[in-house]
Design a protein around this ligand. Sequence first.
Ligand SMILES: Cc1cc2nc3c(=O)[nH]c(=O)nc-3n(C[C@H](O)[C@H](O)[C@H](O)COP(=O)(O)OP(=O)(O)OC[C@H]3O[C@@H](n4cnc5c(N)ncnc54)[C@H](O)[C@@H]3O)c2cc1C
Length: 422
Amino acid sequence: MFIQEKPRNTEVFGNYDVCVCGAGPAGVAAALSAARNGAKCCLLESTGCLGGIWTSGLLAWFLDYKQKGGIMKELLDKLEERDARGRNPSGTYNHAADVEELKLLLEDMCLEAGVDIHLHTRVVAADMDGRIICHAIVENPSGRLAFGAKTFIDCTGNGDFGVQAGNRYDYAERGTGRVQPMSFTGMLTGLHLQDMEPFMRPTDRVAEVSWHEPKIRFRAVMEAGGHSPSYANPTLMPVREDLFLIQTNHEYGFCGFKETDVTKATLEGRRELMKITQALRSQGGVWKNVRLVATPEQIGVREGRRLTGRYMISDDDIRNGASFEDAVCHVNFGVDVHAPSKEEGKGVVQQAWHSKPYDIPMRSMQAADVDNLLMAGRCISGDFLAHSSYRVTGNAVAMGEGAGYFAATGKILPPQIITPAP
Ligand SMILES: Cc1cc2nc3c(=O)[nH]c(=O)nc-3n(C[C@H](O)[C@H](O)[C@H](O)COP(=O)(O)OP(=O)(O)OC[C@H]3O[C@@H](n4cnc5c(N)ncnc54)[C@H](O)[C@@H]3O)c2cc1C
């Protein structure tokens, strides 16, 4: 059953050169890059903070960032200045960041660059003139408003705005319909870094410490406490001496852009995380004071829509290490498919082959069906396996930086590659 809504007048809030929809790692980088290159830029975000999966998703753990220069390197440098990067037991930096410090840093950087930030602002429709978007229509505490721009960048993760503008998209694995599970993360305290060494893999000891063994030990404690986790390879990520991010949940068979699925997965995930915390605490010893101190506002959605671009990155491209003249990001991270169903083992699916480092071309970030729409982050154009590799946040930032630069200047920003410090 449907109802017909009455036509209404929608106030135009403002007109911009560039309008970025979604302020996750890709969206923040896109807005910074556009604004720093002379564009009048607005950044529209549905939650109450910038950062996406890093902040409202409570998973501030950077991957594929070490060889990235540009905004990714700047972010890490600024986090270090604020003593806001996570550390290994030896004192070296790991892949984590302090979530609250990161929220503030992203806000500071955007404000300094002159980005017009709008929180609690959900993009709900596109006002079109043929293949051109004239306005992004939003709903926020002020009501329903329109934001005009010459160029729009969809950084919503799920490709919400591209679909609203009528662009085609892919979802799931072609042929099989397999989709990676969502995951509900959390933040634990009441533990001490040195005590946790057996249950984690310090990022400065990856050559000596196996990937599996700490996870098996961590899972065994949960199981001894009476709960077998839905993700069989639970991960403990130290942020501070007594503050840890935990990833131990898989929500199978749900769609990340269907509200009833997202709600059900969120309710199940939060419940499981509390059970796991109680199971750990029941084991006493180093676990006796463990508490769940925060859960995310937004469950982690690995796979949403992949908007169809002028080029689609394929599994052949990543297998062969493709390079492109219009490259904006160089990916080092491999294929990473979390088990789409419990029957596939509740862990990570092993592939028969490894990808080689490859490029992301600007064309895969240019919408196929809409002339003034770019996309960056996990909603760009690629197939199931390629997406499982390029989606991590180091790449999302580089893509966003490239998209923002292109929107502001019409030029390609080649991958910003550095040699990481040892
Ligand atoms: C459980 C899980 C674990 C992961 N682990 C890691 C990891 O350890 N390290 C790593 O680097 N990567 C990891 N990834 C991958 C990575 O987090 C994502 O692919 C990455 O977040 C992509 O960045 P993004 O900016 O495209 O999307 P997101 O981070 O999802 O940001 C999208 C933003 O858009 C906003 N938004 C959505 N819809 C609208 C709308 N209609 N209007 C306005 N705003 C909207 C959202 O609120 C959000 O802020 C993980 C992903 C998941 C789900």
